[in-house]
Design a binder for this molecule. Structure first.
Ligand code: NAG
Ligand code: NAG
Ligand code: NAG
Length: 486
């Protein structure tokens, strides 16, 4: 093989995602060099999937690097963790200052942050990119969330924006996310939001089924209708299809599926980061915990036989008003979830100095990924109008939308609470909404309690910043506690 520098970009890791990204880049007119640790995979790929394309291959890392035009762009699509560092170490001797390493795997954002720093010291530009949309997305248009060393962006932008999914208005679902580990962080939050969106839909399904006995065909029609309104999204669309899907015996297959949810952990990591950052991302956390509750099936079955509570009994068909209320509940809860997700990203951006591009993030999620929806266009518009927007709920569009939705939202939650139907995500969203719009919360009493038993001190509303301790019991000391925090 010739070792002329012919390739616009190189990609390491020929599993399905890697192969599909290469084919996508090739379709868009870029010359890609392919490499795999098992080099026979390279030949097999060139002889089969890549036959008749401009894709070139390499049989060693040295050859791979020699084939890349400068600045060299080497993208890794390998297993997250040690393999990424191994390949970075293999690449380094063959790279020079200004070359770019892109990690498109499912990496931990802390690892990406560390790699960014380590490579920056060597003059190599590191990019950690979230890639969403699965195998089909990779092949025909993923959502790409690149972050890291901003000097790399002008070089990879033409390739990334060409292969990315396009929003309905033609805008590529890919923009620069921010510095350091920002790309993988934003991908993690995307997955957390996906947990929330899915849980919300499941709650609407359960309410319709248990309260009104709506059958799955009718429910599919309802979802179909919703899909042409404010809820227009990929997840609503696939839910419609799932509800219509019949098993070989002609009955709905979804009703035969065991109700224990699996999880790979990205939702959990979003919730952990929310706790670390001190941001009330209640909806995603509830969505993660709802999966945990679902998985203790044996205990639930036992509890269902002994724990008292109202049992929903179906007395009449669902009314249009109730369908509309549910739609509004889903919509308002979803607004809360995204508001919370953006609150978290805003805090992380400050903590890590990432300079996150919020409008760009909404745009990247607009198409190509699991949470794609029309609604993200409205979030993009909100950040375009005001890039410094502190909270999505402060945007007039979302302020009006929640104001309009809330009567139906409250009716749905109240009805389910009184009939014993669990709505963890919808109700936590409503509780957050009411807490967020409370100028005064009962934390004054909480501060008094902390001061009573631990002398933790409190501030007066009239004079924030000065701390006081009260002799509550008549025998307490005057010293305030700094030894432990409760
Ligand atoms: C090589 O290709 C196989 C699939 O053929 C893939 O599973 C593996 O991750 C790739 N590994 C590397 C490090 O290139
Ligand atoms: C990510 O890395 C950090 C730091 O090494 C570690 O504390 C955390 O557990 C990791 N998270 C995941 C999702 O593996
Ligand atoms: C707390 O109050 C009691 C009763 O008024 C008093 O006897 C005691 O001296 C006070 N303690 C301090 C440390 O001021």
């Amino acid at each position: 093989m010739s070792t002329e520098a012919v390739a616009d970009i190189g990609l390491i890791g020929l599993a399905v995602m890697g192969q599909n990204l290469i084919l996508n880049m090739n379709d868009n007119g870029f010359v890609v060099c392919a490499f795999n640790r098992t080099v026979s995979k390279v030949d097999a790929f060139l002889a089969n999937e890549a036959k008749g394309t401009n894709i070139v291959g390499a049989h060693s890392i040295e050859e791979f690097c020699a084939k890349l035009k400068r600045p060299r762009k080497a993208m890794l699509m390998v297993k997250a963790g040690a393999a990424v560092d191994e390949f970075i170490d293999l690449l380094l001797p063959h790279l020079e200052k200004g070359d770019i390493i892109i990690d498109g795997g499912n990496s931990n954002y802390s690892d990406s942050q560390a790699r960014y720093v380590r490579l920056k010291e060597k003059g190599i530009l590191f990019v950690g990119s979230g890639v969403s949309g699965g195998e089909d997305g990779a092949r025909f248009g993923p959502s790409l969330m690149p972050g890291g060393n901003a000097d790399a962006w002008p070089h990879i932008k033409p390739i990334f924006q060409a292969i990315a999914a396009k929003a309905p208005d033609g805008a590529p679902c890919c923009d620069w996310v921010g510095e350091g580990g920002a790309g993988h962080y934003v991908k993690m939050v995307h997955n957390g939001i996906e947990y929330g969106d899915m849980q919300l839909i499941c709650e609407a399904y359960q309410a319709m089924k248990e309260l009104y006995g709506v059958d799955n065909d009718k429910m599919a029609d309802i979802f179909e209708k919703w899909n042409s309104g404010v809820l227009d999204s990929y997840l609503i669309e696939i839910t419609r299809d799932i509800l219509r899907f019949k098993d070989t015996d002609g009955t709905s297959i979804v009703e035969k599926i065991r109700d224990t949810a699996g999880q790979k952990g990205t939702g959990k990591w979003t919730a952990i980061s929310a706790l670390d950052e001190g941001i009330p991302v209640t909806l995603i956390a509830e969505a993660v915990l709802a999966r945990c509750l679902s998985s203790i099936k044996n205990e639930r079955v036992q509890a269902s036989q002994i724990l008292e509570g109202p049992k929903p009994s179906i007395t009449r068909a669902i009314s249009q008003q109730e369908i509309d209320d549910l739609e509004q509940s889903l919509y308002a809860s979803k607004i809360i979830s995204y508001a919370q997700g953006f609150m978290l990203m805003r805090q992380a951006s400050e903590t890590y100095k990432w300079n996150l591009n919020f409008g760009g993030i909404a745009l990247m999620w607009r198409g190509g990924c699991i949470i794609r929806s029309a609604f993200l266009g409205d979030i993009k518009a909100a950040y375009d109008k005001n890039p410094g927007l502190v909270n999505l709920l402060f945007d007039p569009f979302f302020q009006k939308a929640t104001a309009k939705a809330q009567q139906g939202w409250r009716r749905t939650v109240a009805c389910c609470v009184s009939t014993g139907i669990p709505l963890p995500a919808m109700s936590t969203a409503l509780t957050f909404y009411d807490g967020f719009r409370s100028a005064r919360l009962p934390a004054n009493l909480l501060q008094a309690q902390r001061d009573y038993f631990g002398a933790h001190t409190y501030e007066f509303e009239s004079a924030p910043g000065t701390f006081h301790h009260t002799n509550w019991t008549g025998h307490g000391g005057t010293t305030s506690s700094s030894a432990y925090n409760v």
